[in-house]
Design a protein around this ligand. Structure first.
Ligand SMILES: [Zn+2]
Length: 263
């Protein structure tokens, strides 16, 4: 991982709208921006030492950009963006199934990267890479279809139209719903980040498993209400806008909690 670190800046600009990325550019930046507003003083200082003066939002999409890297160095990270699971309606069963899964996933890697950051033996460069991935992956976690079903690749194989254009369910939730609102990421972060300290605390309770289950339950609701060949437009936005905005806010606040606990 270390040797290609120098490519990071170049790759950071290689965004492509051709691919179906979690939350799209704006969603990930909103989450990072909200998180940045809720960092403790200590976390802020430590993160600045690691990242320099760039805001979290600057790096929020980098783990998606490197999917376009052709050297194969980052190939192993492609499965870090999601965890697929059969529909569950009971937390205990969900948790058991989650823990029984073999191989790296969004779930295992958030834990692995967190311990890498805590480990003093980890090099500065690898700590920075781990942090950038965490910023991104806590966003993925809050996109419900990243805790969706394997059979349809988290909604990628559910065909829909969105205002007449061919699309799929995953892609609608990645970017289209967010982008339909036509706010910049800073505007949107500001509009959503209005909870009281008490409410913020409440949203930040729970652990990684709880947060994944939270997304999974919403994914089940999305699946139930968006069958294959659905024609989505204003009524779908109307139905799910609150949910989409809740997920952006919760993603940001929970990312902040994770980082505050780490540092
Ligand atoms: Zn992702």
């Amino acid at each position: 991982m270390k040797s290609i670190y120098s490519k990071m800046l170049v790759l950071a600009f290689m965004a492509s709208s051709l691919y179906s990325y979690a939350w799209g550019l704006t969603g990930h930046r909103i989450i990072a921006e909200i998180a940045e507003n809720h960092l403790s003083g200590k976390a802020k200082r430590e993160i600045r030492k690691m990242m320099g003066r760039e805001r979290l939002a600057y790096w929020a999409n980098w783990p998606d950009f490197i999917k376009s890297d052709t050297t194969g160095v980052w190939k192993e990270t492609s499965v870090w963006h999601y965890v697929n699971i059969d529909p569950q309606t009971d937390f205990k069963v969900f948790e058991e199934k989650l823990k029984a899964q073999a191989g790296p996933s969004l779930y295992t890697q958030i834990k692995t990267l967190s311990s890498q950051i805590k480990d003093e033996k980890t090099s500065e460069k690898d700590r920075k890479i781990a942090l950038i991935f965490l910023i991104h992956m806590m966003g993925d976690l809050s996109q419900p279809l990243h805790v969706g079903r394997a059979e349809d690749l988290g909604g990628n194989k559910i065909n829909v139209t969105y205002f007449g254009d061919k699309s799929n369910l995953h892609s609608v939730w990645d970017g289209k719903l967010v982008d339909s609102q036509k706010y910049s990421y800073t505007e949107y972060a500001k509009l959503l980040d209005i909870k009281s300290d008490e409410e913020v605390k409440q949203i930040q309770t729970g652990n990684l498993e709880d947060w994944l289950y939270d997304s999974h339950k919403i994914a089940n609701r999305i699946y139930a209400q968006t069958p294959n060949d659905s024609k989505l437009s204003y009524d779908y936005q109307y139905k799910f806008n609150d949910t989409m905005e809740r997920q952006l806010l919760y993603g940001g606040l929970r990312l902040a909690k994770l980082l505050n606990d780490l540092f």
